[in-house]
Each structure stands twice: as C-alpha cells, then as structure tokens.
Design a binder for this molecule. Sequence first.
Ligand code: FAD
Length: 472
Amino acid sequence: MSRVGTTERPLRVAVVGAGPAGFYAAAAFLEQTEVAIEVDMLDRLPTPYGLVRGGVAPDRPKMKSVTRLYEKSAEHPNFSFFGNVELGRDVSVGDLLVCYDQVLYAIGNEADRRMGIPGEHLTGCTPAAVFVGWYNGHPDYRSARVDLSCRRVAVVGNGNVALDVARILARSPEELRVTDIAEHALSALCDSRVEEIVVLGRRGPLQASFTPAELRELTELRAARVQISAEELALDETSRAQHDRARPRDPRRQNVELLTKIARSTPPRARRTIRLRFLVSPLELLGDERGSVRAIRLEHNRLVEQRDGSLGAVGTGQVEDLDAGWVLVSIGRRGRSTPGLPFDEQLGVVANIDGRVVDLETRAIRPNQYCAGWARSGPRGLIATSKVASAEVVARMLADAARGSVMEADRGGRAALESLLRDKGVRYVTFEDWKVIDRVEIQRGLARGAPRSKLVAIPEMLDLVEMKRRGW
Ligand SMILES: Cc1cc2nc3c(=O)[nH]c(=O)nc-3n(C[C@H](O)[C@H](O)[C@H](O)COP(=O)(O)OP(=O)(O)OC[C@H]3O[C@@H](n4cnc5c(N)ncnc54)[C@H](O)[C@@H]3O)c2cc1C
C-alpha cells in the first residue's frame, strides 16, 4: 500500500448519509487497526440517524436506543459530522472526490413506490413515507396534509410499515403522549375521528411480509381490536402445504397461527378496529366532487403458482368498493436519483456491483466510489441487517485501498471540505451542535413524560445551534 493510510497521511473517507448503514460503516472503519483513517460523515439533515429517527415508529424506544452505539463512533477523534449538507445541493460528487480518497454513499431510499392506478392523485391518497415522516417530525413532512376527520382509513400494503402506521392510527392519546412522536402529530392524533383502519394485502396470510412480533403488538393495543374474516384467512391448497412443511419458528407459519387465533377470538369492544384483509388489490381510487378520496375499488384475488414456485396474486374479476376517506400507500420505497451518481431506475438504487459504484451503461467500476445500506440493496432488511452489509463494503474499500486504487494525491479531507462549505456559505452542523439540539429535545420532552419532543424545522435547529455557538 502507498503512503496513504499512515498516521502522517490517513486514508480519508467521506460517508454520505448518517443512517444505520453510514454509522455501521463508520464503526467498521474506526474499529480496524490496519490503516490510519479519518471518517467524515455528511447528512442532508442537521440531525443524524436516518430512519432510526425519521422512520422507526415512535412507540419503539428500544429500537431507537441503537443510536447510543452510533454515538460511540461519533465521539471517536477520527470522526467528524457535517449535518445540513446535501449531496447534489451543497456539495457535488466531484467536490467529494477532490477532498477524499474514497466516498461511500449510504443515502437510503427516500422516495415512494406508487400504485400506478387511476385516482392516486386525489387528495387523501398519501404515501406512508409522508405520514411516517409527519408523525416522526421529519422536516420534509412537518407541514404534510394529514386529515384525520374520516371514519375509515385504508392502508395498502402488508409489510411492517403498514402495521406501524395502522398501530399509530389506533393508539390512544395516552399511549402516544409518552413517545417521541412530533407535537403536531400528537395533537392531530388526539383529535382523530378515525374508527376503523383496514390493512389491505394483495396475497394471502401466509405471504404477508409483516413479522409475528409486529402482528402480536396489534393485539396488545389498549384502545383497538383486530378483526380478520375467516373466509380471507382460509389457505389455498399450496399455501396449506407450504404452511405444514414450514418449521414451527418460521415467521410465516407463526403469522398464520396468530391470525387464526385472532380470527377465532371475540375481542372486547374498543374505540377503534384494525381490520386485516387479504387477497385484494386496489384497482382505482374513487373521488368526491371536491377531488378527495371517498372509496377504494378493490379486486379480489386468488393465488397462482409462479415459475419460481412462489404464489402470485391474480384478479378474479370480483370487484368491491370500500368506503374510505383516506388511503395510505405502503408498498415500499426506492432511492432518489442524485446528480452525478449513476442511478439504476429499475431497481431504484445507486448502480453498483457488490457495493462498488458502476457506470450505468458500461458497468465499469467508478474508482473510489461505493454504496451501502438501502442505497445499495433497496428497501430490504432491518437496522441490524445493515451492520454486516456495511462491514462487507468497508472490507472491500480497504482491500481496494491496499491494492493501490487510492492515488497518492494530496486530498485535503476535513479541512478541504470545511473550507469548501465556508466558501459556499453552507451552515453545517457538527456532532457537538447536534448534541445541543438533542439536549433541548430531551428537555422539551420531560413536560409530557416523553423521551424527547423533536424540533421539526431546520431553521429552528440552525438558530438554536447559532445561539449556542455565540454563547447566548
Ligand atoms: C417506516 C419505517 C420503519 C422502520 N422500522 C424499523 C424497525 O422498527 N426496526 C428495524 O430494525 N428496522 C426498521 N426499518 C428499517 C430501517 O429503518 C432500515 O433498515 C435502515 O434505516 C436503512 O439504513 P440506511 O442507512 O440505508 O438508510 P436511512 O436510514 O434512510 O439513512 C439514509 C440517510 O441518508 C441521508 N441522505 C439522503 N440523501 C442524502 C443526500 N443527497 N445528501 C446527504 N445525505 C442524504 C438521509 O437524511 C438519511 O439520514 C424501518 C423502515 C421504515 C421505512
């Protein structure tokens, strides 16, 4: 290996994106001892932690405690945080490649998948990411239009995020108050008139992608009961055989068993009902004279074996209109194209081979550029999943550097980035600055017995940081 990687000239790495993938990569860099390294992490928000802060449901405090580990990396002397710096807006790919030896993009999947059906433009059809961002106080969505005046909400999708949004809609004000839910969302949800939340799955109960723990949690809600029709729960022959073959701990088998138990029970009356529906696909959203959603047209499905042995949903022609004043679409995420980064439109990820960024057309490796997390793989896997995946990419980056892929050019790293940001007038936030925001949020949360009450506007965060810097 060249001089790069020694204490005199550490390997200088920029990690773009302060979510789990970015932080696990930073930890892998900082924990290894082969190469002297400096890691600078950039995020477009002044706050770190990506979807742990802006996606994971507020009633999941244990899940969020993973940030304590990330904090450890952030406190490492060879780590710096540059919040409120957006790749493609404040800095370009070219800028980063001038300042750093290697760049790792861990920018997640920030766009939604659409259903592509008529009526999706109607008021009252909202991507789940918007609702999730709104209740989690993500600055992008703090002013989202969320109207909770209708009686019935339909949630399209059958994954954990669909259950998250159903659960948050069903929780009582007392349950929500002690979470870190954004103040605006708490107050709107306290006045919610929603009585029924219908979760719509395209395939059958055995194919649902939510996990048993999430399903079980629905049955433990204080102010809501869960209902499932025995007819939709009945397994077709192939699903039955797959179910019987599955190991007892197989999550799909556990789901079916739990769903059967729920269908057979008679839960006490509750303020709200969560209805789990299967084998139905949205065909169209129907609007009223004001251009707002009034119903969702569904087609009933049956399951048909595909070439790969999986079961796919095929419409039976039987159609039903389900009245609903609000439709939340939770059918997955995809990445957003970023200027200067090759973007695979089909997969919705940064174009890559095993985490090495490649040219879209030639598939040739773009030297010194890598990607990790959902930006690399799409929206698959839990927070913990990105630990191993990020470590793998870091191992490749270090191996490439050891093979001499990093030129000995005098890249300025941190000092060069700081000077670039100053020249461009970008108000960046350091990790110390974030800790100021963090402390204020925790203090604000005390009043309602919550772990924190988030600041949701970027100018408010930056003003707070500025005041602290000036010693006010
Ligand atoms: C609604 C929801 C709930 C979830 N709940 C759970 C759960 O309970 N448990 C669990 O284990 N997993 C959960 N997950 C999955 C988990 O959040 C992901 O596995 C994980 O966050 C992916 O990490 P990431 O770092 O790839 O992306 P992200 O967490 O999305 O981080 C990406 C970061 O990149 C930043 N960024 C984006 N673009 C730019 C740019 N141009 N310039 C600079 N910065 C940029 C973003 O601000 C963000 O901080 C949930 C996911 C969702 C969507």
